[in-house]
Write a protein that binds this ligand. Structure first.
Ligand code: SAM
Ligand code: DTB
Ligand code: SF4
Length: 331
């Protein structure tokens, strides 16, 4: 006789429902469902909220690289570590717009501009606001990630019509202090609240593979799913290796099935969020990516580089979508 797992029967977590009071043990129960049950449930949730055959293609540009004062232990751009990544000035707007145009021609519908800042100065923010206006003018959805924001800065960004602000919680509350000491998790949550209150869509996720356990991965999802409003966009980054940073000494790449399980849990806990397989796709087989799309991931970054690290080549992504019969016009 087959035994139906209790979490699978649990009417408190019906398929597609939007809940904001998750606890770690509920997440653990869901994550440890038999894999077919877990993927079925995630896929059912996915189908009731999205076209399951369509991905979002996003494109990423580093508009200001390196020299960052923060100590994020995973990052090539921190000035505190010898990673070989030098500091640049902020890019000229014309170059940013040209990159956005190329991204559009390559099929991207969202363009994300990232800066290696702890937080933007107001004159830097003015320059980014002009970039946002210009990129929106190309018909692309816009996202920026500039570090911590005051509520006034979030409102200034909102006035440009910015679609998303990316600011990651990065990991679980328990593991956080082992990775970053120069800003607290509460600082990040405050920025997310300023972004939310300004009416900008929230993009927030984190990184796995830095050495934390499954509990930390689930703790990160519980943190995100318990925000007053779920992020509209949840990037799940597999740590992209960087030499010379503290995380290089603790990192351990998760078992691929555990990656797919995590994506499924994200989909079930945050049914309406766009879940992006973000950094780290370079280490994933096509089969793992296909499993993750089945489990509810529906966005990827296209382009050969992310900010300072590699991403799969365009031909590989095109081949994958073709083999899966999927298209790329979500959003
Ligand atoms: N400086 C801003 C900040 O940190 O708020 C914005 C840019 S920062 C590079 C954006 C995010 O990229 C980080 O929060 C982190 O989650 C992710 N990230 C950075 N380095 C990474 C790496 N090597 N692998 C995977 N994700 C990474
Ligand atoms: C996010 O969660 N991942 C992107 C985006 N937000 C800005 C950044 C990935 C960076 C990977 C490391 C690098 O290329 O330097
Ligand atoms: Fe700076 Fe952002 Fe890198 Fe942290 S993640 S060191 S804040 S660029």
């Amino acid at each position: 006789m087959s035994v139906v797992h209790p979490a699978y029967q649990d009417e408190a977590v019906p398929t597609g429902a939007v809940r904001h009071r998750w606890n770690r043990s509920e997440a653990e129960v869901i994550c440890s469902l038999p894999f077919p049950d877990l993927v079925f449930r995630a896929q059912s949730t996915h189908r009731s909220n999205f076209d399951p055959n369509t991905l979002e293609f996003a494109s990423l540009l580093s508009i200001k690289t390196g020299g960052c004062p923060e100590d994020c232990g995973y990052c090539s751009q921190s000035a505190r570590y010898d990673t070989g990544v030098g500091a640049t000035r902020i890019m000229d707007q014309a170059d940013v717009v040209a990159a956005a145009q190329r991204a559009k021609e390559a099929g991207a519908t969202r363009f994300c501009m990232a800066a290696a800042w702890r937080s933007p100065k107001d004159r830097e923010l003015d320059r980014v606001c002009h970039m946002i206006t210009a990129v929106k003018g190309l018909g692309l959805k816009t996202c920026v990630t500039l570090g911590m924001l005051t509520s006034e800065q979030a409102q200034r960004l909102a006035s440009t019509g910015l679609d998303f602000y990316n600011h990651n919680v990065d990991t679980s509350p328990e593991f956080y202090d082992k990775i970053i000491t120069t800003r607290t998790l509460q600082d990040r949550i405050d920025t997310l609240e300023h972004v939310r209150c300004a009416g900008i869509n929230v993009c927030s996720g984190g990184i796995i593979g830095m050495g934390g356990g499954i509990g930390d991965r689930l703790g990160m999802l519980v943190l995100l799913a318990n925000l007053p409003v779920h992020p509209e966009s949840v990037p799940i980054n597999l740590w992209n290796e960087v030499k010379g940073v503290p995380v290089a000494d603790t990192a351990a790449r998760p078992d691929p099935i555990e990656v797919a399980r995590l994506v499924a849990v994200a989909r079930i806990m945050m049914p309406r969020a766009i879940v992006r397989l973000s950094a780290g796709r370079q280490y994933m087989t096509d089969e793992l990516q296909a499993l993750c799309f089945l489990a509810g991931a529906n966005s990827i970054f296209i382009g050969d580089v992310l900010l300072t690290t590699k991403n799969p080549l365009r031909e590989r992504d095109e081949g994958l979508l073709q083999r899966l019969g999927m298209s790329s016009r979500l959003g």
